[in-house]
Design a protein around this ligand. Structure first.
Ligand SMILES: Cc1cc2nc3c(=O)[nH]c(=O)nc-3n(C[C@H](O)[C@H](O)[C@H](O)COP(=O)(O)O)c2cc1C
Length: 592
């Protein structure tokens, strides 16, 4: 007899119920996942009994593995002398890592404990044999790394089982793998996957230690889940989120209470009223942005240099060949540009984002490859990019801002690179502010009179062709923008939504800020004008945005150089509000 649909569905429900764990057991599974921690502090000297160790190793050994190859081995270490030698290896790599860090990061890193090799009674090394199971291991043929993935799953099982046993586990990866392998006498076909320090602990912290220390933040799960294809972010059962709409909705005005508290505190500080001039406004703005007084120190800081090429280059608006964009990106990554020197001085990190460089770039650390296209189109001949590309550029900027903040940065700094991008900036500035091209167009890197006249003409022709509507910022970016302008606009919006200050560099960042503010007027609350560029369009932009630049040195380099110079000023403004004593607390008499 055929089962009716109704009966079939009842039957299926019964089997679902049968398979599901009772509530209490299910809760325990989620609990152990939530409460597992990487532990580095508070270990007790008590030994781990052999039966407990055996249980967590058996749990590890139950992990799924590619082709059931079980490529792991577990080396259990208790010998003190060997662990001392291993701790020495980790110490050396810790020191080398610290040497590479920008100053603010290095200070924060100094306070972190990154291993507990000797504080724990037992260490467990998980190794991987990529050859186990032979050449026909099911599933490993095209992806040899699935052997390593399998070993990591064994680590995860061990880590969760250990948590349920009340054991803390700390994963140490500050090793040269071959050095460690030699110390463990691993046969050459085995690789070290994980070094785990295991022991009983006084307590388990509710949050990752790195989050509590402010080193990095957790990303919301909604950022990590995509529906059907990458980029359609959203949790199951919810509509896909449009990052731009989400970010615009999250941008709110400054917190008036924090602003009032900052103003009041400025007046109580041991200095004549108003004597810190513009820095008082900066500190007040930082408090309004953070929603707290004093505001958090804007460090560590990261300069994000967005790089892209411009089709309008073909109009002969600059004497520099287009290849210079890619060459300068290589220079930033090698640490040889002015922005690197200034960032090193200010203790900031430099990250380069390829959003549209025409040439190919080597994937090296410090480069985020986010190419939208190989340069834009010539805006005198058609739109520089499609609307979809403009949205993609903005979204990229939003994501870069989010990721840099999640990585622990407390201040974002704009940088840019793109031969011919002052021409695109001039057109954007005219479109958003209504300025005359003669007023908004400058000499960029330095051009002769004929090129300058041509540049103004190019901007005029672009404006005449596209008839931009400033109420449609995405359309304006699509008409004239570089991909770096779109990305910088998103970067500013991302910072504003996270209520993190963003220090703007010169005319390129200014043009992007016009777009950001057109999309979300309250984004201005996160913007700090690092400097006034020598480009006339920048002055137009600053007065339109109502921003007062912190530094005015006649710079016209771009890269983020002017903004980085202003970083210590913004940081000092915050520090003054945090650290300076009040007349009352210091026992200093006020002016009568
Ligand atoms: C592959 C891997 C390597 C890690 N290496 C280190 C390390 O060398 N030192 C350290 O202190 N923590 C290390 N950790 C721990 C992470 O910092 C930690 O898991 C993360 O901050 C999240 O915290 P939680 O594990 O408590 O949730 C490592 C974690 C993983 C997964």
């Amino acid at each position: 007899m055929l089962m009716s649909d109704e009966n079939r569905s009842k039957d299926e429900n019964r089997s679902k119920d049968k398979n599901r764990y009772p509530d209490e057991q299910r809760d325990a599974v989620y609990r152990v996942i939530a409460e597992r921690r990487d532990v580095r502090r508070g270990f007790l000297p008590d030994p781990v009994p052999a039966d407990v160790l055996a249980r967590i190793l058996a749990a590890a050994h139950r992990a799924p593995s590619v082709g059931l190859s079980q490529p792991w081995d577990f080396i259990v270490l208790t010998d003190r002398a060997r662990r001392e030698r291993i701790a020495g290896l980790a110490r050396r790599h810790r020191d080398e890592y610290a040497e590479d860090l920008p100053a603010a990061r290095a200070r924060a890193f100094d306070r972190l404990k990154i291993e507990s090799i000797l504080d724990t009674p037992v260490n467990i090394v998980v190794s991987c044999d990529r050859t186990r199971g032979g050449r026909h291991t099911l599933g490993r043929r095209t992806q040899p790394q699935t052997a390593d993935f399998s070993c990591v799953l064994a680590v995860a099982n061990l880590w969760l089982a250990a948590r349920a046993e009340g054991l803390g586990v700390g994963w140490v990866s500050f090793f040269d793998e071959r050095e460690l392998a030699a110390e463990l006498r691993l046969p050459p076909h085995l690789e070290v996957v994980a070094y785990l320090c295991v022991g009983y602990v006084t307590e388990f912290a509710p949050e990752p230690e790195l989050a509590a220390a402010g080193w990095a933040r957790r990303r919301p799960v909604s950022w990590a889940v995509h529906a059907e294809e990458f980029g359609r972010r959203g949790l199951p059962g919810e509509e896909p989120v449009d990052p731009l709409a989400e970010v615009i909705a999250a941008i709110a005005p400054p917190d008036q209470q924090a602003i009032a508290a900052a103003k009041e505190r400025q007046d109580l500080m041991t200095k004549p009223r108003g004597s810190l001039g513009q820095l008082e406004d900066i500190s007040t703005k930082l408090a309004g942005l953070a929603g707290s007084c004093p505001p958090p120190l804007p460090e560590p800081a990261c300069v994000a240099v967005f790089a892209a090429d411009h089709g309008v280059h073909a109009q002969g608006v600059t004497p520099w060949p287009q290849e210079v964009t890619a060459q300068m990106v290589a220079n930033f990554l090698a640490g040889g540009a002015v922005v690197n020197a200034f960032a090193a001085q200010a203790g900031a990190e430099v990250t380069v984002i390829d959003v549209g460089v025409a040439g190919d770039l080597d994937n090296v650390p410090g480069l985020l490859p986010r190419k939208i296209a190989r340069g834009t189109g010539d805006f005198t001949a058609g739109p520089a990019m499609t609307r979809d590309q403009a949205v993609a550029a903005i979204t990229t900027g939003i994501e870069v801002a989010r990721d840099l903040v999640a990585a622990g940065n407390r201040c974002l700094v704009t940088g840019d690179m793109g031969i011919a991008n002052t021409t695109a900036s001039a057109a954007l500035i005219c479109a958003f502010t209504g300025a005359d091209p003669v007023e908004a167009t400058g000499r960029g890197t330095g051009i002769d009179a004929a090129t300058y006249a041509r540049k103004i003409d190019v901007v005029c022709r672009g404006l005449a062709r596209h008839q931009p509507d400033p109420a449609d910022p995405v359309g304006v970016i699509a008409a004239f923008g570089g991909f770096e302008h779109g990305a910088l606009a998103g970067f500013i919006l991302g910072a504003a939504a996270l209520r993190v200050p963003v220090i703007l560099d010169g005319v390129i960042a200014g043009a992007a800020a016009l777009a950001a503010v057109a999309l979300a007027p309250d984004a201005i609350g996160a913007c700090f004008a690092g400097h006034r560029s020598a480009e006339p369009g920048h002055t137009v932009t600053l007065s339109y945005l109502g921003l007062r630049p912190l530094v005015d040195l006649g710079l016209r380099l771009g890269e983020g150089t002017g903004a980085v110079l202003a970083l210590p000023l913004v940081q000092s403004a915050a520090r003054a509000l945090r650290d300076v004593a009040t007349f009352d607390s210091a026992g200093v008499a006020e002016k009568s």
